[in-house]
Write a protein that binds this ligand. Structure first.
Ligand SMILES: [Zn+2]
Length: 63
């Protein structure tokens, strides 16, 4: 993904997050969270928080 400001390819950090795991009544869903950071030191968005965030549900398999 490109920075919307300077159009340089951004750095990605990936995390996993779990939703609905607090209660047996809600379905547990694991999410892959990707956060995009600008890596252009000349850009206004550099060094700040993530510029964009994308979440994808991760399919669960039974082992
Ligand atoms: Zn930028």
């Amino acid at each position: 993904m490109l920075c919307p400001l300077c159009k340089v390819e951004m750095r990605v950090e990936s995390h996993t997050a779990v939703v609905g795991d607090d209660s047996p009544l809600t379905e547990t869903q694991v999410m892959l969270v990707q956060e995009f950071f600008c890596r252009n030191p000349q850009c206004e968005r550099y060094g700040g928080g993530c510029v964009d965030r994308v979440t994808h549900p991760v399919p669960l398999i039974r082992l």
